[in-house]
Design a protein around this ligand. Structure first.
Ligand SMILES: C[S@@+](CC[C@H](N)C(=O)[O-])C[C@H]1O[C@@H](n2cnc3c(N)ncnc32)[C@H](O)[C@@H]1O
Length: 163
């Protein structure tokens, strides 16, 4: 089995390249610079497409989903891990407090800048919630779309198939 890792940021790819080498996987894993909205791959060339904590950062989510569909073979599996909406009472309020009051302050203390952490929590709130995101995946052409909440919805894994 082989895998291709694609990221728009060459510095992130360099970190990934070192980790792949350290794990002894350089023969089987290639790393390619590219935009998830216009992937540098031919149509129908992958059996599976996974994206974790990435799709929230793309400018046009619908374009990234359409390109995921394009590069998958028939029978291909799409899996996406992303922050989502907490759906457990009480936990949602604790999570909000932690997100808006603790995380930016910790970022300020640890990294000297709370702004990126503020962006993180705001981008999580702006990202489509579980049901809406599932609809977007369906609209891109995927079928049998489901999702599974992790830790009450702090994150969710969405799954879809190109049939
Ligand atoms: C929060 S990191 C997640 C990295 C990794 N997937 C993980 O789970 O540890 C988000 C990554 O998305 C990449 N990214 C943002 N916009 C992108 C785009 N349009 N196309 C490809 N990668 C993108 C960033 O460069 C960054 O490496």
């Amino acid at each position: 089995m082989t895998a291709v890792i694609c990221d728009i940021n060459p510095e992130m790819l360099e970190v990934g390249r070192r980790r792949v080498a350290d794990a002894g996987l350089s023969e089987r894993v290639s790393l390619i610079e590219g935009n998830a909205e216009a992937l540098p791959f031919e149509d129908r060339c992958f059996d599976a497409y996974t994206i974790s904590f990435g799709i929230r950062n793309v400018t046009h989510i619908d374009k990234a989903l359409a390109d995921a569909y394009r590069v998958l073979k028939r029978g291909g599996h799409f899996l996406c891990l992303e922050f989502s909406e907490v759906q457990v009472p009480v936990l949602d309020r604790i999570y909000d407090f932690h997100s808006f009051e603790i995380i930016p302050r910790l970022g300020q203390l640890a990294a000297g800048d709370g702004q990126p952490y503020q962006y993180l929590v705001e981008s999580i709130r702006k990202f489509p919630k579980q049901v809406r995101f599932a609809e977007m995946i369906r609209a891109a052409g995927f079928q049998n779309v489901t999702y599974r909440n992790l830790t009450g919805g702090i994150a969710a894994i969405h799954s879809g198939w190109k049939i």
